[in-house]
Design a protein around this ligand. Structure first.
Ligand code: X8Z
Ligand code: ZN
Length: 639
């Protein structure tokens, strides 16, 4: 008998068993009608399901790791096979558990566990379509991972990868023509060739959403935040952040205009994004050297010192580990060190270099894959990734369906909370990376500025990446406007534009990893807001923050070695996904909502300074819409 048939029969038998066990369907009254005996029955079924679910998941993750760290046809086939198998098991688990009227369970926790395990996501698709969707995303992801570009003005050398070469060039070159060349090459190679896969992905994502009872993929993603008003809250935060964003934008555009001249950078238009030091213009810290408010004063950049002191990726991870330990949190297990990939392999294989942290759903089997380089930026990425690992370790005692973040933004925020401490001069001095750093008002403004172009300017970028995909999933953006509507959003919310005219012949969104790899991005937006709430609460616990005390401000707090802060953080993390996220947030912060007050408080001194400075410079605040994307090239001579 084909395995599918056996499976179907099993399901029927199990369902009959469940019904015979006397699970009473909800009657006309709203009172829960299940009895304790029935719930204990349900619990047994649940535990059986969890086991099956976890075992297949582990298999799938091993195959995904093998593929991510060595992109070959064989590894792809294996990943696809195990993902399909997992989808089938998830489907059968959901079917089995849906036989129970779990909405009527009196035990809230049991109800929640059932709810979690009956969510299907892409697994709801029939097998052929699941495989098709898997293939479409795999095409985009591997296309992205394998891109190699030729060196500017040297077609003989065509071995430049995003990680590390292109990232470094975008960060350090100040030759506008060279930057434009790499920008165009990257977007042409990462975007346009994926059009067919991207369309298939959008269509099947929508189909899966509908099978799961949602209207579209946007609603699926937003459902993770468990609040029908969440999208509106995000929009409200964007509005709250806008005044400071406009000030930073105005100031940076002014400095870029000084550097590259008025032909390249207009006085009132969007910023040509290739000049911002990053392929996507998502952070602008790489141009802090020539845009910083007081260039004659010290800059907070410890990259040279790290190199001078012979830092290695291993040392960077050890220091991150030690920070967590200093908070009385969990030390990395030996398996982490044995199995992680923390440097780019040099054997020429293709791999996904975009940093990631992995939970293998066993005990202590957690790993990071990162093509780490020695610089300050990556030092923070190391802490970011270790934050994911710490979360995995804190909730590993939970049942499989609770082994996840309270919401996706929580997972992204943990390591960044540590980075907010690590990036203070106070901490960098403690660890011997900052010497002869005399602080005065101007030095402090330089420091806040650097945080601003690292953290603050990222928020509109993060918003637009998912605002774009929501609109695509909702059918508000049609296939013949996929490209220009992306640039329209980037222009409207970020005030940036491509260096050259783009058209609907191009498809630029997949040039960002998370679009090609189908990773929701609102998580980073949420993280960048709530990490300041977490930071504030942790600083207070560490005795490093007192409201109104100029000596104990949010931007000069280091929670290093504070068990008081670490213990509360731990308490929040150990809940995993077992409680609604506001409950988790409340444990650490006492708050139950995402709130931009903390980030605005952190950046208040920068805001005040920029308002004065932009006035003094006569820098225009705000921008006109970009005209850098047209449906098609217009070859008609301009009159
Ligand atoms: O993708 C990441 C992490 C892995 S979860 C390295 N980040 C976003 C990005 O690189 O675009 C961290 C910040 C934003
Ligand atoms: Zn992350």
């Amino acid at each position: 008998m084909p395995p599918n048939r056996i499976f179907a029969i099993l399901i029927v038998l199990i369902s009959i068993g469940a019904l015979q066990a006397g699970v009473v369907r909800r009657g006309s009254s709203d009172e829960p009608v299940t009895t304790e005996a029935q719930e204990s029955n349900a619990r047994e079924a649940l535990e059986r399901c969890e086991k099956r679910y976890q075992e297949t998941k582990v298999k799938q993750i091993h195959a995904a790791w093998a593929y991510g760290s060595n992109i070959t046809e064989h590894n792809l086939a294996r990943k696809k096979e195990t993902a399909t198998e997992f989808a089938e098991v998830a489907k059968s688990v959901a079917q089995e558990l849906r036989q129970f009227d779990y909405q009527s369970f009196r035990n809230e926790d049991l109800k929640r566990r059932f709810k979690e395990l009956t969510k299907l996501d892409y697994a709801a698709l029939p097998e052929d379509k699941f495989k098709e969707l898997f293939g479409a995303v795999a095409n985009m992801e591997s296309n992205y991972a394998k891109i190699k570009l030729c060196t500017y003005k040297d077609n003989a050398n065509c071995q430049l990868s995003l990680d590390p070469e292109l990232t470094e060039i975008m960060a350090s070159s100040r030759d506008a023509e060279e930057l434009k060349y790499y920008w165009i090459e990257w977007y042409n190679r990462a975007g346009k060739p994926t059009r067919e896969s991207f369309q298939k992905y959008v269509d099947l994502n929508t189909e899966a959403a509908k099978l799961n009872g949602f209207e579209n993929g946007a609603d699926v993603w937003l459902s993770e935040y468990d609040d029908p008003t969440f999208e509106q809250q995000v929009r409200d935060v964007i509005m709250q952040l806008r005044p400071l964003y406009e000030q930073i934008h105005a100031y940076v555009r002014f400095k870029l205009r000084q550097k590259y001249g008025p032909e390249l950078v207009s006085e009132t238009g969007p910023i040509p994004m290739h000049l911002l030091g990053n392929m996507w213009g998502q952070t602008w810290d790489n141009i802090a050297d020539f845009t910083t408010p007081f260039p004659e004063k010290k800059l907070l950049d410890v990259t040279d010192e790290m190199v001078k002191q012979g830092y290695t990726p291993l040392k960077m991870f050890q220091m991150g580990d030690e920070f967590f330990e200093s908070l009385n949190m969990t030390k990395l297990p030996q398996t982490f060190w044995d199995k992680s990939i923390i440097e780019k392999p040099t054997d020429g294989r293709d791999l996904v270099c975009h940093a990631s942290a992995w939970d293998f759903f066993a005990t202590d089997d957690v790993r990071i894959k990162q093509c780490t380089r020695v610089n300050m930026r990556e030092f923070f990425v190391v802490h970011h990734e270790l934050g994911h690992i710490q979360y995995y370790l804190q909730y590993q005692h939970q049942p499989v369906e609770y082994r996840g973040g309270a919401n996706p933004g929580f997972h992204e925020a943990v390591g960044d909370v540590l980075s907010l401490s690590v990036s203070t001069p106070k901490h960098l001095k403690k660890v011997g990376l900052l010497k002869d750093y005399e602080e005065d008002e101007q030095v402090r403004i330089n420091q806040f500025y650097r945080s601003g172009v690292t953290k603050f300017v990222f928020l509109p970028f993060a918003y637009t990446l998912d605002r774009y995909r929501w609109d695509v999933f909702r059918g508000e953006i049609k296939p013949d406007e996929y490209n220009c509507r992306y640039w329209q959003l980037r222009s409207e919310f970020c005030g940036v534009e491509p260096p050259v005219l783009r058209t609907e012949e191009d498809l630029d969104p997949p040039a960002k990893y998370h679009v090609s790899a189908d990773v929701e991005y609102l998580r980073y937006f949420v993280s960048y807001v709530i990490q300041f709430q977490f930071h504030k609460a942790a600083c207070r616990l560490a005795g490093e923050y007192v409201a109104g005390d100029p000596e104990k401000t949010l931007n000069n707090c280091d929670i290093y070695q504070s068990a008081a802060a670490g213990n509360k953080l731990k308490e929040m993390l150990s809940l995993g996904a077992s409680k609604p996220w506001p409950d988790a947030m409340e444990v650490l912060t006492g708050e139950r909502k995402m709130n931009a007050d903390a980030i605005l408080e952190y950046f208040k001194p920068l805001h005040d300074w920029l308002v004065g400075e932009n006035k003094r410079l006569g820098a225009h605040v705000g921008w006109t819409p970009s005209e850098k994307c047209k449906k098609q090239f217009d070859f008609a001579p301009t009159k």
